[in-house]
Design a protein around this ligand. Structure first.
Ligand SMILES: *Cc1c(COP(=O)(O)O)cnc(C)c1O
Length: 371
């Protein structure tokens, strides 16, 4: 594709010398799992989020799983998750043996709101996982107001939203824990897998440190059965270098998103993403909603423009969860999004000309020109 959805080479090229040096430092240190680079990164990323503690883990999925476990969620507990998200958000609930409850999302920002969650709360509800889909913060303030008095744990799946803000504060610190992924394609990506849980609570952070490392307190003493889910030093060293550029990268994403917004505004067939009051999204994806999506995708591909669909199925439509408990039609907003969402090329370093070209091609498609 002439205009790719994401170009990691372009993102890494200006940092190449720094990344090489960071990797060499770890190689020379001989400390490869946890250790200095990991604790330094944990502190730096937690500070970036405006939160006191960070616990590095092996990936974003483990971040969610261990956060649930550290909050005491287990078999018999109900956990609410959006019906429209990456499958990991729901998978961890099932894997823990907790009872998964899907909630629909709001049409405007594809996230949970008090209105979609409230009717599903019951005596067994122990936690809600809000997802900041595409980098747009979920309705955290109203969710917290709804859940806190009921003693229901609010967790944030911030895997797509490193640095996003709501009323001035970065996501990750609104819930009891914020869970991030450093999968290479995320706004902050490692050169492999990685993840972190951030939290304001020292005690929760301590439980997470135990759980991620075999329940180990000292070399020979294990307080609880844990898992092996540690961040490694090479990834941490790379993430420390890349973290210094994250705010600028997010700003670049926002500028490109604003350009898309302006150029697509004249097209009534294209619904643009929109921004909730007080929200400062980081556009992990720039996602429009369109009818005739598959024909538009083919038309753009013909012109060398890559697009993607996140996600073509709502979670209750996935083979993993399909069944009588959630019939088709159970979550109309999620199902509607799955039919219409389309991600357009967006990454720091994408030339503005490319955005203009994508928008011109979409305009041609809907005017019947150049078909
Ligand atoms: C990427 C992602 C995850 C999982 O992160 P991994 O590091 O791939 O395990 C979870 N939730 C959402 C919303 C994601 O986008």
């Amino acid at each position: 594709m002439r205009i790719p959805l994401l170009d990691l080479q372009a993102i890494h090229a200006p940092l190449r010398a720094e990344l090489d040096a960071a990797i060499a430092t770890v190689l020379d240190s001989g400390a490869f799992v946890l250790g200095h680079e990991v604790s330094a990164f944990e502190a730096e990323f937690a500070a970036f989020c405006g939160v006191a503690h960070g616990v590095g883990v092996a990936n974003g999925t483990d971040a969610l799983m261990l956060a649930l476990e550290a909050c005491g969620i287990g078999p018999g507990d109900e956990v609410l998750v959006p019906a429209f998200t990456f499958i990991a958000t729901a998978g961890v609930v099932s894997r823990l043996g907790a009872r998964l409850v899907f909630a629909d999302v709001d049409a405007a920002h594809a996230g949970l709101t008090a209105a979609t969650v409230a009717p599903l709360l019951g005596p067994a509800t122990k936690a809600v996982i809000a997802v900041h889909l595409y980098g747009h913060p979920a309705a955290l303030i109203e969710l917290r107001r709804l859940l806190e008095p009921r003693g229901v744990v609010l967790l944030e799946d911030a895997a797509q939203a490193h640095g996003a803000r709501l009323h001035g504060a970065r996501v990750g610190g609104f819930g009891r824990a914020g869970c991030f992924s450093f999968y290479p394609t995320k706004n902050l990506g490692a050169l492999g897998d990685g993840g972190i849980v951030v939290t304001r609570e020292a005690e929760l952070a301590e439980r997470l440190r135990l759980l991620r490392n075999h329940g180990r307190r000292t070399q020979d003493e294990h307080l609880t059965p844990g898992v092996n889910s540690r961040l490694d030093a090479i990834q941490a060293a790379v993430l420390r270098v890349k973290l210094r550029s994250l705010a600028a990268w997010n700003e670049a994403r926002r500028r490109l998103a604003a350009l898309y917004d302006a150029l697509l505004a004249p097209l009534p067939q294209v619904t643009r993403p929109g921004v909730a009051e007080g929200a400062e999204p980081v556009y992990h994806q720039y996602v429009v909603r369109v009818e005739e999506r598959e024909r538009l995708r083919a038309f753009l591909a013909e012109r060398g423009i890559a697009t993607a669909v996140y996600y073509p199925l709502a979670l209750h439509e996935q083979p993993a969860y399909r069944g009588p408990r959630w019939p088709l039609g159970a979550f109309p907003v999620a199902e509607g999004l799955a039919r219409r969402v389309l991600s357009l090329p967006l990454y720091p370093g994408l030339p503005e000309d490319a955005v203009c070209e994508v928008c011109a091609a979409i305009a041609d498609f809907y005017s019947g020109k150049g078909a």
